[in-house]
Design a binder for this molecule. Structure first.
Ligand SMILES: Nc1ncnc2c1ncn2[C@@H]1O[C@H](COP(=O)(O)OP(=O)(O)OP(=O)(O)O)[C@@H](O)[C@H]1O
Ligand SMILES: [Mg+2]
Length: 382
């Protein structure tokens, strides 16, 4: 029985109402025991005095304890008082039961619904939601619960998509390696340096993909420390250009700098900014044909510094612009693969790194063949 009360909020509520009624009735009984006789006497005495004055019948000097009319009157009064008290207590109990039932419906029902939904979610049904009724604390709880469920649902579908994407990406080089090996074993492919080189290239691609994935998961989970210090963007950009110049020249692409004078220092992790700049210029070099131009520019806008990498390359069609930072997204998948291109993770990593600094990154392109500009912002040192 006590276990039942301990386990049910409705029973506890009912019990607390009953306890209040019992205490109220007990207080009334005790009060009537001690206060009622004297109070009765006083009132009757007062009434007797009035009647004495008017009729001369004289009951004013008879107390509750005396023999005569008064004790009988008190006994009758007491009996009717007790009767009224009993009815009142009964009525209060009925009201208490009704009230606790009503409260059970309005308080316990949503809690029960939420615990059921929690159970369903823990079993993997991430689309489970609860009804939000009213605006009180319980409705707030239901609202937050639904928001949490929505987030879990998103994470779950992201996880599913990621597994799908990763398996798909891994399958391509693996199939190529397996095909070449089978060709070699069956004697269909000649055991030449070229064949081995092909297998090595695919294995290398696999290796790069795994490295990129590892870096992506580290960056997205924020499993790294940002070493934020004041940095001079101009010096950084000059070092970057010097380092990439030979590569650009070998592809007959010119690499220029456009730096605003008196650029303030930015607050950022140098290695991470270099990583982002390397990704962006690497892309520009990859997607710009010979004879093109790449420009790294920087200027201050309000309390941020904007750094942009602009190229005169193949450009990006408008319908791809909003997806370009998505994981594994490539504008032309087949071309990327055939040309030994990347896996579509570079920009995703860059965005995560810039956002970790409190900055933004975006792309602009007038369309195919019109070149592209990738811009990111970083906070300045105040
Ligand atoms: N400068 C650019 N000009 C045209 N297209 C670009 C440019 N930069 C990126 N892209 C497009 O965006 C896609 C995603 O770029 P991202 O850097 O994320 O991946 P990736 O270069 O294909 O591979 P990796 O993960 O090795 O960097 C590219 O595949 C390409 O289609
Ligand atoms: Mg890239």
């Amino acid at each position: 029985m006590t276990d039942y009360f301990r386990r049910h909020l409705g029973a506890k509520l009912l019990l607390s109402y009953l306890a209040i009624i019992v205490v109220g009735v007990a207080v009334l009984i005790i009060a009537s025991q001690f206060i009622l006789p004297t109070s009765f006497n006083r009132h009757m005495f007062g009434m007797g005095m009035m009647m004495d004055n008017g009729t001369g019948m004289g009951i004013g000097n008879q107390g509750v304890g005396n023999s005569g009319l008064m004790p009988q009157l008190y006994v009758d009064f007491r009996a009717s008082f007790n009767e009224a008290l009993t009815y009142a207590a009964l009525a209060a109990m009925i009201v208490a039961v009704a009230f606790s039932l009503f409260l059970s419906r309005s308080v316990i029902a949503p809690i029960l619904a939420m615990s059921l939904a929690t159970q369903r979610i823990s079993e993997g049904h991430y689309d489970e939601r609860v009804r939000v009724n009213g605006k009180d604390e319980l409705a707030q709880l239901a609202l937050y619960f639904n928001q949490m469920a929505e987030k879990l649902n998103q994470i779950e579908s992201m996880r599913r998509r990621l597994i799908g994407d990763v398996s798909h990406e891994l399958r391509t080089p693996l199939t190529a390696i397996k095909g070449s090996m089978e060709g070699l074993m069956d004697g269909l492919l000649p055991a030449t340096h070229e064949t081995y080189q092909q297998i090595h290239t695919e294995a290398d691609r696999l290796n790069r993909l795994v490295d990129d994935l590892q870096e992506l998961s580290r960056v997205e989970a924020r499993a790294y420390q940002l070493d934020i210090r004041p940095l001079d963007v101009s010096t950084l950009a000059r070092i970057m250009t010097k380092r990439l110049k030979p590569h650009a020249e070998s592809k007959r692409i010119s690499l220029d700098l456009e730096l605003a004078p008196d650029l303030p220092h930015i607050l950022a992790d140098e290695d991470r900014v270099v990583q982002v700049l390397t990704n962006l210029t690497g892309n520009a070099l990859q997607y710009t044909p010979a004879g093109g131009r790449i420009t790294i520019s920087s200027k201050q806008v309000n309390n941020e510094v904007q750094i942009a990498v602009r190229d005169t390359g193949i450009g990006i069609p408008p319908e791809h612009l909003s997806h370009i930072f998505d994981r594994f997204y490539r504008v032309d998948k087949s071309r990327s693969r055939q040309s030994g291109g990347g896996s579509g993770i570079g920009l995703t990593i860059s965005r995560a790194l810039i956002e970790a600094h409190g900055g933004r990154i975006w792309v602009e392109s007038a369309g195919e063949g019109q070149g592209s500009t990738f811009t990111f912002t970083l906070p300045i040192q105040k």
